[in-house]
Design a protein around this ligand. Structure first.
Ligand code: C2E
Ligand code: CA
Ligand code: CA
Length: 562
């Protein structure tokens, strides 16, 4: 190829032609090459998307070749050579091209050779269609969708560009659809999308995520400004808007996260955002919840740790393990069961308790894999307890998000079948948070699994009074009274009275009562007078390994008779 650099007038001509030729369509890039000088101009968005050195490139074919998948390179190169040697008048081919994050997207590249008046090759002009982007538009709102969001987010992270990422959504949408119809619901979503788009202007991008959720990547704003914008939107929608002649008020929720030189991947950011959004919806009546507002080293470390933990899920749940905390019969004080409690540990971060990762990862798309691992591991390790005591009940915690998955029942059945574990010796613990789920779905899940013999426990009872409604609706076998209720029973008369009410209530619905967080002999003495069925707490044992738990069971059954 020629080494002569392009003269100014030839470059001007190239520019004029390029601009005439440029079609501004998302996902289509254009390129124009002056073949005499092998000097090209490419669309700026291709330069950004693929991380090319510049809009103007000498030997662009050679540069571009580096971005093409090694398996597709030979075909590409042959085509380029044929074009430059005059054997071919253009090309139309598909290949995979690499983005700065190392991922490949499929592209179709079409080009034609334009000849001068003497028939010599003059320009090579063409367009590249990026199939990676084609499916990135949400047909309802015209916004970029989740894929677009992840692409943009990854790019910002790769280039270390700070941003505030927001997830914002409309609450109670099922009702809107039910009352006014689906078409109307669509109108509302379109209106909301337009509002966000106008509001953000050129300071960021808006994306349609799943359901009624949207994401915004704000480029030129700090967290306070973003919050201010959000509060404006919240009061605007909260005070009633008119759509299609009907006035309605919308409750909106939002979670946000500041992205700034965190070494974090896009999926982890998404999990954190989802978590913050969930908190805003469930606990803060729509107030914006910010995940790690401060860029402290501590937060950075927490986030990095979270990412490492998350990434160990696809590696066969490496570095996760289970501990077992014995559950003791209130009357005989013998071990009648144990609760499996997850931990994570590696050399860098040491042991990490579940509170630091379960609430954030439970909505993550990887969580079902971890959930299955927990159940399977608990059952495999728990078999020895059942062999020791045929009435042993193994308690396994569920996240409410697991129950929502359509294949949850099948997953449980599969694990039971594979391990041959008796369903009657398994108890699944759910928390009052599951009231956020569709009650019918939940009821159905519990009924089906109940019919197999699996028991259910309502965990952390007393932390939220709406749990009483759940007890009425769902057939729980056990109610576990939260530690916070028994902490003060030794000194507080009122707390004692409450325990009495709880056991009475549980009895009405045919459930047993387990008290958690039993730490002293004094507590045991008091609780024994209140019709409690079982105890769990440090007074008996902290969570321990499976073999220690077995040893504890044996030590408790020796010499106690019965
Ligand atoms: P939880 O289900 O309420 O589990 C009981 C927690 O109380 C455990 O903390 C346990 O170590 C602690 N505890 C037990 N007895 C006492 C006591 O006498 N005093 C005090 N101060 N604490 C006591 P842990 O293991 O850190 O678990 C925390 C939470 O993480 C659990 O609360 C549960 O919500 C969640 N979790 C743990 N393992 C799993 C799991 O496998 N799956 C899911 N989805 N969640 C899990
Ligand atoms: Ca539990
Ligand atoms: Ca609990």
């Amino acid at each position: 190829m020629t080494e002569i650099s392009i003269p100014e007038n030839a470059k001007k001509r190239l520019d004029a032609l390029f601009e005439a030729f440029q079609v501004v369509a998302e996902g289509t890039y254009v390129y124009l090459c002056d073949m005499k000088y092998d000097y090209s101009r490419w669309s700026q968005n291709a330069v950004e998307y693929f991380g090319l050195p510049s809009e103007y490139m000498k030997d662009a074919g050679v540069i571009w070749e580096q971005h093409i998948h090694p398996e597709d390179r030979a075909a590409y190169w042959k085509s380029i050579e044929d074009i430059f040697s005059g054997q071919d008048d253009g090309h139309d081919m598909q290949y995979r091209a690499c983005k700065p994050d190392g991922q490949y997207v499929v592209c179709t590249c079409r080009g034609v050779v334009i000849r001068d008046e003497n028939g010599n090759p003059d320009y090579f002009a063409g367009a590249i269609r990026n199939h990676g982007i084609q499916g990135h538009i949400d047909p309802l709102t015209g916004l970029r969708n989740q894929y677009g969001f992840f692409d943009d987010l990854k790019e910002r992270i790769a280039r270390n560009r700070p941003a505030v990422v927001v997830m914002v959504g409309i609450g109670g949408f099922t009702e809107i659809n039910e009352v006014f119809g689906y078409e109307f619901g669509n109108l509302v979503l379109q209106r909301f999308a337009r509002y966000l788009l106008n509001d953000i202007g050129n300071k960021g991008n808006v994306y349609r995520m799943d359901g009624t959720k949207f994401a915004v990547i704000c480029r030129d704003m700090d967290v306070d400004k973003v919050r201010w914008h959000y509060n404006e939107a919240r009061s605007y929608y909260g005070s009633g808007i008119e759509v299609d002649g009907k006035t309605l008020t919308l409750m909106i929720n939002a979670g946000a996260m500041r992205l700034d030189s965190f070494d974090v991947d896009s999926q982890t950011v998404y999990s954190c955002l989802n978590f913050a959004y969930g908190e805003s919806k469930a606990l803060r009546q729509g107030e914006m919840v910010i995940f790690f507002n401060k860029l402290s080293d501590e937060n950075r470390q927490r986030l990095e740790k979270l990412q490492v933990i998350r990434n160990s899920i696809p590696k066969g749940c490496a570095d996760f393990f289970l501990l077992y905390q014995p559950v003791v019969d209130a009357r005989t004080e013998r071990v009648k069961g144990a609760e499996a409690l997850i931990r994570w540990k590696n050399e860098t971060y040491g042991m990490v308790p579940p509170d630091l990762f379960i609430p954030i990862l439970e909505r993550d798309r990887l969580f079902p894999e971890l959930g299955r691992w927990i159940l399977r591991t608990a059952i495999l390790e728990g078999k020895q307890f059942v062999e020791e005591n045929p009435d042993f009940v193994l308690n396994v915690n569920l996240s409410y998000a697991q129950l929502e998955k359509r294949d949850f029942i099948d997953m449980v059945k599969e694990v039971l079948a594979e391990t041959g574990y008796p369903p009657e010796n398994l108890c699944l613990e759910v928390t009052e948070r599951c009231r956020l789920l569709d009650v019918e779905l939940l009821k159905n899940t519990i009924m089906v699994l109940h019919a197999l013999g699996i028991r259910f426990a309502l965990d952390d009872f007393g932390t939220d009074f709406s749990a009483v409604g759940l007890v009425k609706m769902l057939p729980f076998d056990t109610i576990k009274i939260d530690r916070s209720f028994v902490m003060k029973i030794e000194e507080d008369e009122m707390e004692r009275a409450l325990i009495g009410h709880f056991t009475g209530l549980a009895g009405t619905f045919g459930a047993q009562v387990c008290v958690e967080g039993v730490e002293t002999a004094g507590m045991v003495e008091i609780l024994k007078g209140y019709g409690v069925s079982s105890f769990q707490g440090y007074y008996y044992s902290r969570p321990v390994s499976a073999s220690e738990c077995l040893a504890y069971m044996r030590s408790r059954s020796e010499g106690r008779g019965d």
